[in-house]
Design a protein around this ligand. Sequence first.
Ligand code: GDP
Ligand code: ZN
Length: 466
Amino acid sequence: MILQDTIVALATPSGAGAIAVIRVSGPKAIEIVAPLFQSIKGKDLTKQKSHTLHLGHLVEDTKVYDQVLISLFKGTNSYTGEPTVEISCHGSTFIQQQIIQLLLRKGCRMATPGEFTMRSFLNGKMDLSQAEAVSDLIASDNEASHQIAMQQMRGGFSNEIAKLREELLNFASLIELELDFSEEDVEFADRTAFRELVNRIEFVLKRLIDSFAVGNVIKNGIPVAIVGEPNVGKSTLLNALLNEERAIVSDIAGTTRDTIEDELVINGIGFRFIDTAGIRETKDVVESIGIQKTFEKIEQAQVVLYLFESLKFKEQSSDYIIEIERIKNKYPQKPLVVVINKIDLLSETEIQNIKLQLETLNVKLQTISAKNKIGVEELKNALLNFVDTGALRNNETIITNTRHYDSLLKALEEIEKVKWGLDGNLSADLMAIDIRQALYYFGEITGQVTNDELLGNIFANFCIGK
Ligand code: GDP
Ligand code: ZN
């Protein structure tokens, strides 16, 4: 089927760079490129060894397209597991397109998104979760998500799953063997050893499932809501954190009606900041919509920064303390940092007074001046303390992929059934069904069980050329 085709695509980003790489993969890759290539040493490409580089020109009839460097991968020793030629040409988009069109005329087909990686999977070069990690790796824009994708690509996660699957498969065969001898009362599968395995699988599955909470947040950035009345300095703080002038700063109260989102990487962890309107009582329709939005954003956020202006806080502290308590009661589980901004407007004693007043509330407190960048670094550290990076530091496997998460949940469900079966001395034939089902979900993750629709969905998220 599709593997019969020889595919071509630009592997480097579209646009002009110093060089561009055009990838050709498939049974006829070398056959198609060789007649177009004039080596400066007069070599015939088809007679060269695999994993070699060749300098020359791409020529059709008398037309010289470009001087190029060819990387040759013969047999199955390539990324895709099939003959591959990578053409490094000069980076102009004109040259890139001319060469790709030439190759299309000579019998290549344009690659679909992710098709190179899909071939790699279909040719057994990597399993499905590794292939998925390739796209995560390309998308990762911070240290933490890069680390997770890299680990997944190197097969840490799938090896763990594949090993458990293998062990479970052994028991499945033994139990099914018992079915063949159902007349006699034999037990080939040692129930004690089997229970030990099931417990171990349950433990691993639960750990992987739990890791998704961390993994998902790291992959997408940790959402932080910056909440506060108009003019307390939310946008200024966001700018100070981002070190750029991106959010809108103004002196008119109520400017930040629409929420602004921005991303920032602190110590390798991505944060997604959401600048929201405050929650003061209001009759203004637009603003009350804003308040509703604020609550929504707090719900979605992992951490809430609740900003106050120092002068106003001094004057209306009892009102504000009620407000803080209201948020605390509404979202008791949500990590909350109370931030008193504009401390440059108060004396040291006045600041100490505010600190004393807030002590009884038992909330994390940071006093800052966003405008003068005082206390901003401490605030960053406070944010980092809210993130559970333990799993990252310990290099444990972390799940970031919703598809894996779903399969793991289903596998766990089946494993629990097997456990009940063991407890209740369920007959071997019924237990075998649950084990088979668990095996199916394990296989879904690594790709031992697969179908065209699943593959289509996964690789459609890739870019062309990968
Ligand atoms: P937002 O409505 O909460 O987003 O508030 P802005 O960030 O737009 O700031 C409102 C005003 O407060 C602007 O004029 C800022 O320059 C000012 N401001 C922000 N931070 C500080 C600070 O630390 N000290 C002082 N004195 N003014 C500040
Ligand atoms: Zn603002």
